[in-house]
Ligand binder design. Structure first.
Ligand SMILES: CC(=O)N[C@H]1[C@@H](OP(=O)(O)OP(=O)(O)OC[C@H]2O[C@@H](n3ccc(=O)[nH]c3=O)[C@H](O)[C@@H]2O)O[C@H](CO)[C@@H](O)[C@@H]1O
Ligand SMILES: C=C(OP(=O)(O)O)C(=O)O
Length: 430
């Protein structure tokens, strides 16, 4: 079984290059299905297993997908199939994002339900309700959502009960080929939504207001393939900010949009860590004595749930009691037990975690419970006494390119053992 072994205590120094965003490239890959002519070429694509998984699904649907060095070329101009089977959908939630493009282009989709996952049940009723408002009808057959549209989707006014990232993306894509204008109210405002809107607009679409809670989409007759460069991964960047902070080391992160990280940066500053912008780079300068804080996860521009476990690792090294409140996913404290195995003093009441920090963490054998927990446990290992062994790395490979190699380059004492000790994420999962 693959594992990462970290010996804690090393200081880090130097710089690290941040990859393109996983959560931006996945919807953009599915949006490529909207193009009935031309080829899309995506740049700054991270070499992640999720990209391989989704590419395999697009190929199953009939698109041709060519993976290169940080690029993917997608030709979806031929006739596509509209059936996304369970074995290709169950590995990742983002597979649901083929629904909007298929309904928009063909008026039909049959997409298996990915089901719940470690961090919560993750229902999709906001996706379905919005698509129904645009004229689709759904039935569930053998665990799949079969959606049909008479003729063509129609623009509609849609209010989202919660600013769901995935629902906003699915509806934006569907509406781009609908007849008339769609207005999304209480839409998600994540930077990845803006990146998707920019891609759709370059393809010939008409999306305005992305990045705000009110998005307007004017449907067009057809879209075409284009070149697009994916935005930097704000969560990978945030994870490396914490790598600097948890080892009390000054490091530099290259290829970062600091404006996408305002909530995290403000929390780190509150703790006594300076984050200095230097063009497209940021320098992380931890103070000597860090302070405990309170943080609450919220939809963007609030503090991201995808940074919650990494922040918890850091707070476990800071004297005093910190409190983290998780409001996005009902079951995203699975890593707490693993941190406890490293001697962290953390208690959980409902959706609040109380972290009594300052006691030296000790190495141990721990299991990644989800993607971000994998990174968080490795970060904790950097600060722990002795050796930490982190297993279940399939989660890590979904979202981090060469994580251990990047940390080693910065000076960490870390190695990866097992079959895929050299990460070959994209090709191995396709
Ligand atoms: C590939 C990708 O971009 N994944 C991100 C995306 O996931 P994803 O798009 O799945 O996240 P959503 O914003 O949709 O989900 C947030 C919350 O809303 C709930 N919900 C969502 C849809 C719905 O129809 N009904 C419903 O109740 C979910 O169960 C969850 O509790 O945003 C999450 C929240 O920032 C991030 O953690 C994920 O990394
Ligand atoms: C939860 C995450 O991703 P996904 O929605 O793809 O599971 C994440 O990136 O932390």
């Amino acid at each position: 079984m693959d594992s990462i072994i970290v010996k804690g205590g090393n200081k880090l120094s130097g710089s690290v290059e941040i990859e393109g965003s996983k959560n931006a490239v996945l919807p953009i890959l599915t949006a490529s299905l909207l193009a009935s002519e031309g080829v899309s070429k995506l740049h700054n694509v991270p070499n992640l297993s999720d990209v391989g998984t989704l590419s395999a699904l697009l190929e199953h649907l009939g698109a041709s997908v060519e993976l290169g060095d940080k690029t993917v070329a997608i030709d979806a101009s031929g006739e596509l199939s509209c059936d996304a089977p369970f074995n290709l959908v169950n590995k990742m939630r983002a597979s649901m994002l083929v629904m909007g493009p298929l309904l928009g282009r063909y008026g039909y989709c049959n997409v298996a339900m990915p089901g719940g996952c470690a961090i919560g049940s993750r229902p999709v009723e906001q996706h379905i309700k919005g698509l129904e408002k645009m004229g689709a009808t759904f039935r569930t057959v053998d665990g799949s959502f079969e959606g049909k549209v008479e003729d063509r989707l129609k623009g509609a006014k849609i209010y989202l009960d919660f600013p769901s990232v995935g629902a906003t993306q699915n509806l934006m894509m569907a509406a781009s080929l609908a007849e008339g204008v769609t207005e999304l109210e209480n839409a998600a405002r994540e930077p990845e939504i803006e990146d998707l809107a920019n891609y759709i607009n370059a393809m010939g679409g008409r999306v305005s207001g992305a990045g705000t809670g009110h998005i307007t989409i004017e449907g067009v007759e057809a879209l075409k393939g284009v070149d697009h460069t994916v935005i930097p991964d704000r969560i990978e960047a945030g994870t490396f900010m914490i790598a600097g902070a948890i080892t009390r080391s000054e490091i530099v992160l290259d290829n970062v949009i600091a404006d996408h990280l305002t909530a995290l940066i403000s929390k780190l500053e509150e703790m006594g860590i300076r984050i200095v912008e230097e063009g497209n780079s940021v320098r992380v300068i931890p103070g000597e004595q860090l302070k405990p804080i309170k943080a609450k996860t919220l939809p963007h521009p609030g503090f991201p749930t995808d940074m919650q476990s990494q922040l918890m690792a850091l707070l476990a090294t800071v004297n005093g009691t910190s409190v983290i409140t998780e409001t996005i996913f009902e079951n995203r404290f699975m890593h707490v037990n693993e941190f406890r195995n490293m001697d962290a003093d953390i208690s959980v009441e409902e959706n609040h975690a109380f972290i009594k920090g300052g006691r030296k963490l000790s190495g141990g054998r721990v299991k990644a419970t989800d993607l971000r927990a994998a990174a968080a446990l490795i970060l904790a290992g950097l600060a722990a006494e002795g050796y930490t062994v982190v297993t279940e790395l399939k989660h890590l490979d979904r979202g981090y390119v060469d994580f251990h190699k990047k940390l080693e380059q910065l000076g960490a004492d870390i190695e990866r053992t097992g079959e895929s000790s050299t990460q070959e994420s994209v090709t191995s999962s396709k």
